[in-house]
Design a protein around this ligand. Structure first.
Ligand SMILES: *Cc1c(COP(=O)(O)O)cnc(C)c1O
Length: 361
């Protein structure tokens, strides 16, 4: 069997969830969209169901996977419905629904419902992607309330730059939200992982009306570019690992892999790892991208190919055929691999495929 696998540590997932609760002190929806950022939505939901206040997913298909497997906790659809006919299964499966656009509000107004919906009404406080403009928000709220179709309206918005710890945008978006919702005393939801980890000074701790929406932090990756004290408390959940399946001794001046991107500057011992871009490892990872071989720091050399990649073993004389290679995990932070490859840990996780996933407590 090919040795490439993703180990998923559910005890660390719970540790990270508890950190979110400790930092925010409010209610916490675990964001498990995109198959729990590649970690397996159902297995992650089962691991958290005993303690979470609910889950958030991107669409009804993701919600139904959880409902059909027996998950009873609340599930929020982060983009609500995409077509009017989703309102029927939304009611049947008791899903919560973001309302971010006038057409969704109109659809709710004109559709007969069996029972009122739990609606999260989204404000565009500055990200300019979805949500009602500040000037229209109060009217949308009033219409939804007057429709009689909403059991509850939670005011929500989303931060665009909370991962930049010196950005003035977080405070600006928060001020926009405060102005648009002034006088509302109901529940609200603003904070994703970077806002929760990085901006405690802007939020009152333990505000009982608040719902947190952490995603990436549950999976143990920092959303920040640099060291951050709270993010340093996270435990990585996924370990992407494989083994060395071939070793080459090359003299100086020999190319390795497609396009000869790497040419040995000295006599070089090259290890070939069963892991490639078809497994989700980034093809654009440059020479020098960190990984670990038998627990020792090592570096990628040569272009990543579909099923294999190559690593410099010259300074690791004891490593060889069968050595374990960690592509990311406890020893090699996914965020560092992502930074080297010009992307973010979110994308690395979501891209993982083909490898066996092994969940453990
Ligand atoms: C994905 C998502 C989140 C989670 O964001 P993280 O940065 O992963 O914590 C929260 N809210 C919304 C609306 C999202 O789409």
């Amino acid at each position: 069997m090919r040795p490439a696998r993703a180990l998923i540590d559910l005890a660390s997932l719970r540790h990270n969830y508890r950190l979110a609760r400790e930092l925010g002190g409010a209610r916490v929806l675990a964001v498990v969209k995109a198959d729990a950022y590649g970690h397996g939505a159902l297995r992650c939901a089962q691991a958290l169901e005993g303690e979470t206040d609910g889950f958030a997913v991107a669409c009804i298909e993701e919600a139904l996977e959880l409902r059909e497997a027996g998950i009873r906790a609340p599930i929020l659809l982060l983009e609500g419905f995409f077509e009017a006919d989703e309102l029927e299964p939304i009611q049947r499966h008791d899903l919560w629904c973001v309302v971010h656009s006038p057409w969704q509000l109109e659809t709710i107004e004109r559709t007969p419902l069996r029972r009122p919906l739990t609606c999260w009404l989204k404000l565009d406080s500055g990200m300019h992607r979805v949500g009602f403009a500040p000037a229209d928000y109060r009217a949308a709220h009033a219409r939804l309330a007057a429709s009689g179709k909403a059991a509850k309206i939670v005011a929500m918005s989303h931060f665009a730059r909370a991962d930049e710890l010196d950005s003035p945008r977080v405070a600006e978006q928060l001020a926009q939200f405060a102005a648009a919702t002034e006088g509302f005393d109901g529940e609200f939801s603003l904070r994703n992982s970077p806002a929760l980890l990085g901006w405690p000074q802007l939020f009152r701790r333990g505000h009982e009306g608040e719902w947190l929406r952490p995603g990436i932090m549950l999976y143990g990756a920092t959303p920040f570019e640099h060291y951050q004290a709270q993010a340093a408390r996270l435990r990585p959940v996924m370990t992407l690992e494989s083994k060395i399946i071939s070793v080459r001794e090359l003299p100086a001046g020999e190319p390795v892999g497609y396009g000869a991107r790497f040419v040995s500057p000295r006599p070089t011992r090259v290890g070939v790892v069963a892991m490639g871009y078809a497994d989700g490892y980034p093809r654009h990872a440059p020479d020098g991208t960190p990984l670990a071989v038998d627990g020792q720091p090592a570096r990628l050399i040569g272009r990543v190919s579909m099923d294999m990649l190559t690593v410099d073993l010259t300074d690791l004389p004891r490593a060889g055929l069968g050595s374990r290679v960690e592509l990311w995990g406890a020893q090699v932070p996914a965020a560092e691999v992502a930074a080297a490859a010009g992307t973010i840990a979110y994308q690395l996780f979501c891209n993982v495929r083909r490898v066996a996933r092994v969940w453990h407590d």
